[in-house]
Design a protein around this ligand. Structure first.
Ligand code: CUA
Length: 342
């Protein structure tokens, strides 16, 4: 029996170490929303720890005193009155202390809520985030259609600016969660919701879908990349541009395979005739500017991309993309072309 507490402690330490390698934690806040929530978390932990130490301490003192008397509880000097008076004092004091602690925590929670709402000032950037089984569509609306573009699974934002994510879902309930940035927000079909946040330091953070949404719920990652405003502008300009023109015969053939084959029925590559239904599959105009494929299911390397085209189910079982049976020549050309989509 004694082994179990030790095993539990080791497990907790191992989990803690695992968490410390993963940057996606609330306790490493990168913005004011996560910071406020993190502060509340530490306050609750501190209060709970103090209460625990007092309760366990008192218990130990009583046990030790009882043991010192050989397990015999000494009869009180004035049995009835004194015991009742002490009991009243202890119970009344405990109830009062509990009331004070709970009121304090409620006030702290309310204050943090109020501060979080106050942070949601006029956003300087609107981004539309649409949940799909099992990936995220990101649309950056511009003043004109030429300035509007769509990408997938990687959310780029400028540091220090207030961002408003407009959330919607086209199928089931998802939930967007970027632990270092802000709390979870459900993404509901038929209901428009928002998540307003700010990132205060440049970097890359990983988020997840936090609501079970089907077979590949665990592989519905969202990467947040916060750049300084100039780098963000450069990224935005690059994303607005249509796809790079193919330079070689093989790349041109690859584009024809894409446009005339099944790929172009679902995916969009702006600047080509592939104008598939972008709301059913990710926009691939700048596919190779992204770090992963399949919403974090695999790195965006040529090898994985090839494997994904041939049999995406081997990488992400249940994914809505079908397997593809091209001839080797078509496949190689298609892959060569896709590799150029920076
Ligand atoms: Cu989408 Cu879980």
């Amino acid at each position: 029996m004694r082994k179990w507490p030790a095993a539990g402690l080791l497990g907790t330490i191992a989990l803690g170490c695992g968490c410390s390698r993963n940057p996606s934690v609330l306790l490493d806040p990168a913005g004011p929303h996560a910071q406020a929530t993190g502060w509340l978390f530490w306050l609750f932990i501190a209060v709970a720890t103090v209460v625990w130490v007092i309760v366990v301490g008192l218990l130990l003192v009583l046990m030790l005193r009882s043991r010192a008397r050989g397990g015999v509880v000494a009869p009180p000097a004035h049995p009835v009155v004194s015991t009742e008076g002490r009991l009243r004092l202890i119970v009344g004091g405990s109830v009062f202390a509990t009331f004070l602690i709970l009121t304090g925590l409620i006030v702290a929670s309310f204050t943090v809520d109020r501060d979080l709402i106050a942070l949601d000032r006029q956003p300087s950037l609107d981004v539309e985030l649409t949940g799909h089984q099992w990936w995220w569509e990101l649309r950056y609306p511009g003043a004109t259609p030429g300035e509007t573009f769509t990408t997938a699974n990687e959310l780029h934002v400028p540091v220090g600016e207030t961002i408003r994510l407009r959330l919607r879902s086209v199928d089931v309930i998802h939930s967007v969660w970027l632990p270092n940035i802000a709390g979870k927000r459900d993404v509901l079909p038929g209901v428009d919701r928002e998540l307003v946040f700010r990132v205060d330091k440049a970097g890359t953070w990983h988020g997840r879908c936090a609501e079970f949404c089907g077979l590949q719920h665990a592989f519905m990652g969202l990467t947040l990349i916060a750049d300084d405003p100039q780098a963000f502008k450069a990224w935005q300009e690059a994303q607005r541009a249509p796809a790079r023109e193919p330079q070689t015969d093989e790349e041109r053939f690859g584009r024809d395979v894409f446009v005339s084959g099944p790929c172009g029925l679902c995916h969009v590559i702006r600047g080509t005739d592939a104008a598939g239904h972008s709301s059913s599959a990710p926009d691939l105009t700048h596919l190779k500017s992204r770090t992963t494929i399949g919403a974090g299911a695999a790195p965006n390397t040529k090898g994985y991309l090839g494997g994904w085209i041939v049999d995406p189910h081997a990488i992400k079982p249940g994914v809505h993309m079908p397997t593809n049976l091209q001839s080797p020549r078509e496949f190689q050309a298609l892959l060569s072309y896709l590799e150029t989509l920076q």
